[in-house]
Design a binder for this molecule. Structure first.
Ligand code: ADP
Length: 319
């Protein structure tokens, strides 16, 4: 294989740049050319290509976002749009493609693999909602950002003796909420994978007050519903006022943590090695700190589950 392409697609995640850098540098080590494709599948259809060399990816490992930019493309969801994309890849001599993104981007990648383009997916999303890998690129950074926010809010919660409800990202996934909730010492963590038990939330608040603790931190994944509504429900049941903070996009940006830079570097390089070895329709990932590659189609059929031990731990530690 002489020429490969790389794109970032869907929601951006800190560490995507480190992955792009690793793709380019591993490819150079294997004497392959790399074409960067701007704005994900939108740029693939528009033919927005730029040659990347080792110098083009200098000084980006520590930057959030993605130098290749990212976008969502409705046109790529159509057969006609994808046909243009495949033509563009062939015309440019791109034989293999690295797609860095979330599950939507992987669904698109699978279509390309079925059309004979050699494709490897790298999981890049703060949500950590992709099966077949313990971690996705960006998750660790997002969790660190959320924990920092929780700790700041805790200072105010303690000083004012109030209940604080903090909504973190995760439309379908409680991964960020659970990790940040445990690491941030939250009293209750509400995630979409488990039914919301207001009786227990209230019991915890009341037990805390009984032993003289007058503040409470409750972490809610956005997939559970509106944090404002959670606050109102707690208010109805306890007659206590609460304050709601929605962290929102703050969790998506910022410099990647060392963990994410290291993960992205390993996955980026591994994706290129797999392309060089002739693999296609695979996703690279990490399991028990070992690099793994999985069938992309199977990964998309599975739903990532919450570690039940971690959920139990959250219950025990919040007592
Ligand atoms: P993410 O990769 O972060 O989950 P999206 O779900 O927005 O982000 O997907 C990114 C892009 O991938 C979409 O804009 C679309 O171009 C493409 N895509 C998503 N799902 C499909 C699909 N089922 N078929 C073809 N392309 C898809």
């Amino acid at each position: 294989m002489r020429t490969i392409g790389v794109l970032t697609s869907g929601g951006d995640a800190p560490g995507m740049n480190a992955a792009i850098r690793a793709v380019v540098r591993q490819a150079a080590a294997l004497d392959m050319e790399v074409i960067g494709i701007a704005r994900g599948y939108a740029g693939l259809i528009q033919g927005d290509f730029r040659r990347l060399n080792t110098g083009s990816v200098a000084d980006i490992i520590h930057r959030g976002g993605t130098i290749l930019l990212t976008a969502r493309s409705e046109e790529f969801r159509t057969e006609a749009g994808r046909a243009i994309a495949v033509d563009n890849l062939r015309r440019e001599g791109i034989e293999g493609l690295v797609v860095i993104g979330g599950d939507g981007s992987f669904r698109g990648a699978l279509h390309l693999a079925q059309k004979g383009i050699q494709v490897i997916g790298i999981p890049g999303t703060i949500d950590n909602d992709i099966a077949g890998t313990d971690y996705t690129i960006g998750f660790d950074t997002a969790v660190n950002t959320a924990v920092e926010a929780i700790n700041r809010i805790r200072d105010t919660a303690t000083s004012h003796e109030r209940i604080f409800i903090i909504e973190v990202m995760g439309r379908n996934s409680g991964q960020i909420a659970l990790a940040a909730g445990i690491a941030g010492g939250a009293e209750s963590i509400l995630i979409p994978e488990y039914p919301v038990d207001y009786d227990r939330v209230v019991e915890r608040i009341e037990r805390g007050r009984h032993r003289g603790k007058l503040h409470s931190i409750i972490v809610v994944a956005e997939g559970v519903g509106s944090a404002l509504e959670v606050g109102r429900e707690i208010g109805r049941r306890t007659n206590l006022e609460s304050r709601v903070t929605i962290l929102g996009h703050i969790q998506r940006g910022g410099a990647p943590t060392a963990f994410d830079c290291l993960l992205a570097s390993r996955l980026g390089a591994y994706a290129v090695e797999l392309l060089a070895a002739g693999a296609s329709g695979r996703m690279v990932g990490i399991a028990a700190n070992e690099l793994v590659d999985r069938d992309l189609e199977k990964v998309l059929q599975e739903r990532k589950t919450i570690d039940p031990d971690l959920y139990r731990l959250a219950e025990v530690l919040a007592l």
